[in-house]
Design a protein around this ligand. Structure first.
Ligand SMILES: [Zn+2]
Length: 631
């Protein structure tokens, strides 16, 4: 043990080092490039921008700053109206309001039956505030499948009617030759099974409402789906979508040998012949009131046109500029962080700074040849990649002519790591590059880029992952994603610009410049789907949360449904001990709904290691409640 004097000398030295360290990070750089990048990140991650939460005013200041920087760099506004802003809305909260009702009426008998919400019918989350008062047509499974020579709407006039249909597809769960859709391995994978497909088909046939009913595969309990199950992040249908208990519909459909809905299902499944008909004499009167809160968001998009034979094609460079604001959503800082600005310097003022820097460099080039460069600062990434998803649904330049997308998210915290596995040799700055398996030639391209920057690069094939490149990868655009690793300040108020490694961040920009130079001029890279799941070598625990209670699960980032599907469960981990299995979809933790991976992280940040919590999973469409003790 050191003497007191020695100890206090150490303390003093430590203190000095701390002061010197933070002073160093804030002191202006002599290098003009470092200095402008330092200024960018200190503004974007400064108090004025309020952590760039989509609900804050501060994010507007950040957006103006980025747009202004694009303009200064000589980028053209991408929107037809001459603006850099691509606006979109996201659903932030949703609630079923009043009046909401469903009444069945028989015109011949004058029978009127108002159904009880929650036990006899439920409103599906796809519904907007809307009304429908119309006659009923039974349309089997509501499927039109020319490929399979099957059409529930054949010879049926559904225009102006409320269509009544079975859930899922005929012969659900059947294997081998007996399956309805032999183009896919399982019934769930059929393109005709999802609710959204049935809704779109009903819209195409000019229906004015949907009454859905479980097929017998749902089991004898005949559960009604909850409104919230499909209320977030989905485009609502244009009319009421209701779910009704089978026993309510049985008497409406009964005629002759047919006594129940299940009887019709059996007939259709037997010979795969549609059995659709008008439900004579019956009408339904539906009214739905939905209270939706929306946030107005915007992507910021600037363009540098290319030249030569490839000028018609595009390379996208992107980074999200939003963060979690005051941490009311997705904070990992626990109760003490509530209401504090989460500056998001690394996540992702760093990537945004890199984006601006690259815009300046490419904007300053004269007679640049090759593809068009499109610079996009995405919003609402933290809420679930909404900005990039919106761009990919509404691309300003065709995605089939987009040769590649390069994403930067958290590029400000590189640090030297050993280059040999023993950890005794030379150290180099760490950089993780994802998507190396998504385009041909990417492996070599990454080596080429690193020739100048000399990072210790971890190359990962996966194209999916928890950032905006994921949205492009799903649209079959080859992607590369740069990331310098997670840290203890991730999604906490302590992710401040003072802790950013500005020279390291500049080096990542140098790296991306080489990538972009090459990608704008090479033959269009072929797209490959990758098998490997996302993994983070800087984070031994999953997902990207650095500490806190863990269940020991690996999320499936390709999953598009509600909740978080598990690609794997750690052997001997908390989840496995509690009975959670591969393929389960976590939909609720401790009474809080889990919509996606971010929602999972938020729910877990409120848990305590060693204290059991109720976790609800969907297993083969059934809700299973399990007690799990996080570790
Ligand atoms: Zn991020």
């Amino acid at each position: 043990m050191p003497s007191r004097r020695f100890f206090s000398a150490i303390l003093a030295a430590l203190l000095l080092a701390l002061i010197a360290d933070s002073a160093l990070a804030q002191k202006p750089f002599d290098d003009p490039v470092l200095e402008r990048m330092r200024k960018d990140i200190f503004f974007l991650a400064g108090p004025e921008c309020e952590g760039r939460g989509v609900e804050t005013k501060g994010i507007e200041k950040a957006a103006d700053y980025v747009a202004d920087a694009f303009k200064q760099a000589g980028l053209k506004p991408a929107m037809r109206d001459g603006s850099y802003f691509q606006p979109f809305n996201i659903t932030a909260g949703v609630k079923l309001g009043a009046p909401t009702s469903l009444t069945l009426l028989n015109s011949t008998t004058d029978v009127t039956k108002e159904l009880k919400s929650g036990t006899e019918f439920s409103v599906m989350g796809f519904s907007p505030t809307s009304k429908a008062n119309a006659g009923l047509v039974f349309v089997g499974y509501g499927i039109t499948a020319p490929k399979l020579k099957y059409d529930d709407y054949e010879g049926i006039d559904a225009a102006g009617k409320i269509v009544v249909m079975l859930r899922r597809i005929p012969r659900y769960g059947e294997k081998g030759e007996k399956r309805f859709d032999t183009n896919v391995a399982t019934s769930d994978e059929s393109e005709y099974a999802p609710f959204v497909a049935k809704i779109e088909n009903a819209v195409a046939h000019k229906a004015v409402g949907i009454i859905m009913v479980n097929d017998t595969g749902a089991g004898p309990r005949d559960p009604l789906p909850q409104f919230l199950n499909h209320a977030m992040g989905t485009e609502p249908a244009p009319f009421p979508v209701m779910f009704v208990k089978r026993e309510i519909l049985d008497p409406l459909l009964a005629s002759g040998a047919i006594r129940t809905v299940a009887d019709i299902e059996t007939l259709i499944d037997k010979d795969l012949k549609p059995r659709s008909f008008e439900i004579k004499g019956w009408k339904a009167n539906a009214e739905v009131t939905v209270e939706r809160t929306e946030f107005k968001c915007k992507n910021i998009i600037g363009v540098l046109e290319g030249a030569g034979p490839l000028a018609d094609e595009t390379v996208v460079i992107g980074a999200h500029y939003d963060h979690v604001g005051y941490g009311n959503f997705a904070s990992l800082g626990g109760p003490s962080a509530a209401g504090k600005i989460h500056y998001g310097a690394d996540d992702n003022a760093s990537g945004t700074t890199g984006l601006i820097e690259l815009a300046r460099r490419f904007g300053a080039m004269k007679n640049r040849q090759g593809r068009r460069l499109v610079f996009i600062a995405f919003s609402a990434e933290e809420r679930g990649l909404f900005g990039s998803q919106f761009y990919c649904k509404n691309p300003l330049f065709p995605l089939d002519k987009t040769a590649a997308m390069v994403n930067m998210d958290m590029i400000g915290r590189t640090k030297p790591v050993p280059t040999d596995w023993l950890g005794i040799g030379e150290k180099k700055d760490r950089l993780i590059v994802y998507g190396v398996g998504t385009g041909d030639g990417f492996e070599k391209l990454v080596d080429l880029a690193n020739g100048k920057t000399e990072f210790k690069v971890s190359k990962i094939a996966a194209g999916s992952g928890p950032s905006d490149h994921d949205s492009f990868y799903r649209k079959k655009v080859p992607v590369l994603f740069l990331y310098t690793g997670t840290h203890g300040e991730y999604h906490r108020p302590t992710d401040v610009p003072e802790k950013i490694n500005v020279p390291g961040m500049k080096k990542v920009a140098d790296f991306v410049q080489v990538l972009a130079d090459d990608l704008t001029t090479r033959d269009k890279p072929k797209y490959f789907a990758t098998k490997d799941p996302w993994s983070d070598p800087t984070e031994t625990r999953s997902p990207r949360g650095p500490s806190g209670p863990k269940l020991g699960v690996l999320p499936d980032y390709m999953y598009e449904g509600e909740g978080m599907r598990l690609e794997g469960v750690s052997p001997g981990g908390a989840a496995e001990k509690g009975g959670i299995k591969d393929g389960d979809v976590i939909v609720e933790i401790g009474g809080k709904p889990v919509k996606n991976v971010t929602g999972y992280m938020t729910a877990m940040s409120g848990q305590k290691a060693g204290t059991a919590v109720e976790v609800v999973v969907l297993r083969k469409e059934k809700r299973v409640t399990l007690k799990v003790t996080p570790e």
